[in-house]
Each structure stands twice: as structure tokens, then as C-alpha cells.
Design a protein around this ligand. Structure first.
Ligand code: ADP
Length: 492
């Protein structure tokens, strides 16, 4: 199949969260299955053309929307030096030549609506300009939600896209891209589509809803999350009604992990590589992590890692509430994260209060993230909701034991350790509150002290397989299903 993956971020070029891990890894697995897969994303300022050897392949493609015409230049790179998977970068000085992807510390860029209208139209115009006719465009999150809407409206009669279907993946429904009605006007849709059954959402335009309404196929990144978002406003964030209507087209596919990036046997970001057969290196990594983070070097004190966007979703409120009790135990905590200034300040204060037990690192730092996955004994994910979660999968590979809230993808991937049978890979708590979180940590620390049991846990995690191959096959099934839907529609 000809597959075009449209996304606002992709590893190794630009990343703010798990979406980038997915769009960086899935294409490689699809390529292995012999598909012609290509990725298209914006070219942000931080994407270094020299470093990634990007070449301009088309200049000044006119992209029109509303009453505007803006120009897109297209650069091409490869997803990595080993693969031949093309990545197209849509370049436009005005929209993307900025320090960040979506926001500054003061808040979202005020023209995000326009930036991603431009991107969505550009995806279609670039496909035509380079003559790549996709069987399916795989769209991801709100930034690409308008693409299926354009295909069903303004491009409906365009022969180039007659057979192009869309699979729309929800990586996180909490971010929907909701903008005032003048953005609807700017996007160039017909006013007859400004109704609740289509693009309108309480008098505004909702980009994610556009994706959910118009794409032939829908999925999210775990089965549990796909159910949760249909059941209540708490999880569905207002989209639950639309999702129930599209129930039969909505699937859950758990993310895989890119073992060429996340692998303690060959990870160059950590001080010593290690494997299940030789865990000595993990002890050295812990020592190194304690050293660089300014914590006392203590091999027997359990070290808990947390790497996350600092956002309300991530369970930071209950962690904050539990900190006092946690600090009365013999344990260390290392936090790496950036995001909401409220949480940044909160954790900065906590770090200062417990300098011998907590290390707080308020930044985005990929190398440090690797060191934390390798050097920690446990990895904490107290998220209120979690579509899939990658931290627990990465932790498994590094022999680090996840302690997680039982929700979304976390409950689909982490199974509770059973002391008697020796089965299970982590610790889960059911109730979203500080008490349950604390009890779970207490349980983990208790087992940590029984080395034989702990080693069994490490083994269970390190032996698990979350490679992309299986997930990629599931995606291909959904691409084909979407394509059949599209053919049916065009024949009607
Ligand atoms: P989300 O997509 O909600 O951010 P995921 O668990 O799906 O959550 O993915 C998060 C990804 O981003 C993981 O690869 C994690 O290691 C990485 N990450 C998050 N915050 C940071 C940070 N401050 N520095 C480095 N990597 C980070």
C-alpha cells in the first residue's frame, strides 16, 4: 500500500511526547512489511537541515485556504540513516520558524489554528505536487484532524484522491484543537458544515472532532482507552457522543516500542550497557544516575524515576499529596519533566525541600531520560488517564519496575506482580488518590528488599516483547478496512 503518515512530530526530528515515538517507529515496521510508507510533518526551526541532510525537493507550492494563499517549500530527509523511508518537511518561515512546536511558557501560539490549517492543506497539496498518491493517509491527533474533512468536502471531487482513505489515530483526546468560528471561515469550509453533526462544537470549530466525524477509520492507542473515551465526559472530553456513534469503526492498538532506540544492550546514552544475563551494568547505571543528579550514592536505597510532560493528566497532584509520606520512607526520587508552570514551580519547591531524596530536572532531556530508565529501580506513572503510555514499556526493557495507576494503556500492559506465583511485571493501584499511590509504592519497596523476588520481576519485564511488528500488522488491517469504506462511498 501507499501510506502517508501525517503528524506534527516525529522522532528523531521533533518530539514533545509519545506521538513522536509512534510516528518515528511505526513507519519502519510498515516498511518491513513491504509497504511504501512516507511521513509528512512541519519543518520547525529546531530541525537542523544539515544534521539530517535535508534536501529541498519542491519550492513555493501554493497552499490556499480562506482568502489566503501561502507558500510551502518541501524538504526531504530519511527517517534514519539505515532506512529509505522519506520524511517530507513542510517549510514555511511564518508558521514554523519558531523555537517551539506549539507553545511558549506563556501559553499556546495564538495562531495554532492557522498553522495547522496550513499544514493540513499542505499535506494534500504536497502529495499532489510530488505525485505520491496515498491509498491511506494516516492522520494523528488534532493537528491533522482537518485532513479527512478536506478530503470529504473541498477535495471530494479531486480525482487524485478518489481512492485515498483516512485512518485517524487519537493519541490523546484531551487536546482537541478548538478554535473560534473565524478559524472555521479561514479553513475555507462551507457554512453548511458548521453544524454539530460535523465541524461545529459549541459555536467553535474542533479539529479533532473533524477527524472523528470524517475519517473512514478510527483508532486509539489501547483497547481500554478506546472504551473509556466512549463512556464518560471525564475521559471522552465531550467527544464521547461522536465516538459512540462511530463505535463500529473505532479500534484500540497498543503502541510498540522501537528497540533500536530503547535497548540497554546498545544504548549510548547510558554509562554502561547491560542485558538480562549481565545486570551488573544496571547497578553501575544507578550509581551514575545518583551521582549526576546529586543524590547520595546508595545502592540499596530504592530509586524511583519519573519522566513525563508536567501536565495535570500525569497524576502530579496525587504525587504531590503523597510526597510527605514517601519521604518518610528510605527512598529516592528523580523527576524529569517540563510543561505547566504551576507544576514546574511546585516540583522545584519540593526538590529544594528534600535535596537528599529528590532530584528535580525541569527540562526536556532525551539523554537524561535514557539514564533514568536505566538507573532507576522503579518507574512511576500515576497518570489520571493514559491513552497508552510508553514509560512502562521502556521501563520493562531496562529492568525497571513500573508502579502505575490502573487506567488506559497502563492497565493493558502492566500486570500486577503475584508474590506467590512469581508472575506479573509491575504494581498497579486502582483508586486515583494519594493513599493508593502510596500503598503501591510501599508494596513495591517491600518486595524490592527481597532480592530473589525483585530479580524475578526484572526478568519478567525484560523478557516481554512489545515490538512494533504486531502493531504494524494491526494498522495495516485498519488501513485496508478504511480503504474498503472509501471505495464503497465512492461507488455509491
Ligand atoms: P505523552 O505522549 O502523554 O507525553 P507517553 O508516555 O506516551 O506520554 O510518551 C512520553 C515520551 O516522551 C516518552 O518517550 C518519554 O520518555 C518522553 N519524555 C517526556 N518528557 C520528557 C522529558 N522532559 N525529557 C525527555 N523525554 C521526555
Amino acid at each position: 500500500m501507499n501510506i502517508l503518515i501525517a503528524a506534527s512530530e516525529c522522532v528523531p526530528f521533533a518530539k514533545t511526547g509519545g506521538l513522536a515515538d509512534v510516528t518515528g517507529a511505526l513507519p519502519k515496521a510498515l516498511k518491513e512489511l513491504k509497504h511504501d510508507v512516507r511521513v509528512i510533518m512541519p519543518r520547525y526551526k529546531k530541525i537542523d537541515a544539515k544534521k539530517f541532510n535535508l534536501k529541498v525537493i519542491a519550492r513555493n507550492i501554493p497552499v490556499s485556504f480562506g482568502n489566503k494563499v501561502e507558500l510551502a517549500t518541501v524538504m526531504e530527509g530519511k527517517i534514519n540513516s539505515k532506512s529509505s523511508i522519506p520524511v517530507y518537511f513542510v517549510d514555511n518561515e511564518k508558521y514554523y520558524n519558531r523555537d517551539e512546536l506549539y507553545r511558549t511558557s506563556l501559553g499556546d501560539y495564538s495562531d495554532n489554528g492557522e498553522r495547522f490549517i496550513f499544514f493540513s492543506r499542505a499535506v494534500l497539496e504536497v502529495a499532489k505536487a510530488i505525485n505520491f498518491k496515498p491509498d491511506v493517509i494516516h492522520c494523528n491527533d488534532w493537528q491533522t484532524g482537518l485532513i479527512p474533512a478536506y478530503l470529504k468536502t473541498l477535495y471530494k471531487l479531486d480525482p487524485f484522491f478518489l481512492r485515498t482513505a483516512v485512518l485517524y489515530t487519537i493519541h490523546n483526546i484531551a487536546y482537541q484543537g478548538v478554535f473560534p468560528r473565524d478559524i472555521f471561515y479561514l479553513a475555507g469550509f462551507d457554512w453548511e458544515d458548521f453544524i454539530p453533526q460535523r465541524l461545529e462544537y459549541y459555536g467553535q470549530i474542533n479539529f479533532m472532532k473533524a477527524g472523528l466525524v470524517y475519517a473512514e477509520g478510527l483508532n486509539t492507542v489501547s483497547k481500554t482507552y478506546s472504551r473509556q473515551i466512549q463512556t464518560s465526559e471525564e475521559f471522552g472530553r465531550g467527544m464521547e457522543g461522536v465516538l459512540v456513534q462511530r463505535k463500529k469503526d473505532l479500534y484500540g492498538i497498543i503502541n510498540g516500542l522501537d528497540y533500536s532506540i530503547w535497548n540497554p544492550k546498545q544504548d549510548q546514552n547510558i554509562i554502561v550497557q547491560y542485558s538480562l544475563d549481565d545486570l551488573e551494568g544496571k547497578t553501575t547505571c544507578k550509581k551514575d544516575l545518583q551521582k549526576i543528579s546529586g543524590l547520595p550514592i546508595a545502592p540499596d536505597i530504592p530509586l524511583i524515576g519519573l519522566v513525563a510532560r508536567l501536565d495535570a493528566q500525569k497524576g502530579l497532584d496525587i504525587l504531590h499529596e503523597a510526597i510527605g509520606r514517601m519521604m518518610r520512607m528510605k527512598l529516592q526520587l528523580i523527576i524529569l519533566g517540563t510543561g505547566d508552570p504551576v507544576y514546574m514551580e511546585l516540583f522545584e519547591r519540593i526538590g529544594k525541600k528534600y535535596p537528599r531524596q529528590i532530584s528535580v530536572n525541569l527540562k526536556f532531556d532525551n539523554a537524561l531520560a535514557h539514564k533514568i530508565y536505566a538507573g532507576s529501580d522503579m518507574f512511576l506513572i500515576p497518570s489520571h488517564f493514559e491513552p497508552c503510555g510508553l514509560g512502562q514499556l521502556i521501563s520493562f526493557v531496562y529492568g525497571t519496575i513500573p508502579v502505575v495507576h490502573k487506567t488506559g494503556g497502563l492497565s493493558d500492559t502492566v500486570d500486577s506482580f503475584n508474590v506467590r506465583t512469581g508472575k506479573g511485571r509491575g504494581f498497579l493501584f486502582n483508586e486515583y488518590n494519594a493513599k493508593s499511590l502510596f500503598e503501591s509504592i510501599k508494596k513495591a519497596v517491600k518486595i524490592y528488599k527481597i532480592k530473589k523476588k525483585w530479580n524475578r520481576l526484572i526478568k519478567n519485564g525484560m523478557e516481554s516483547d512489545f515490538s512494533w511488528e504486531k502493531a504494524a500488522k494491526s494498522y495495516v488491517r485498519l488501513y485496508k478496512k478504511a480503504q474498503q469504506e472509501k471505495i464503497k462511498e465512492t461507488e455509491q
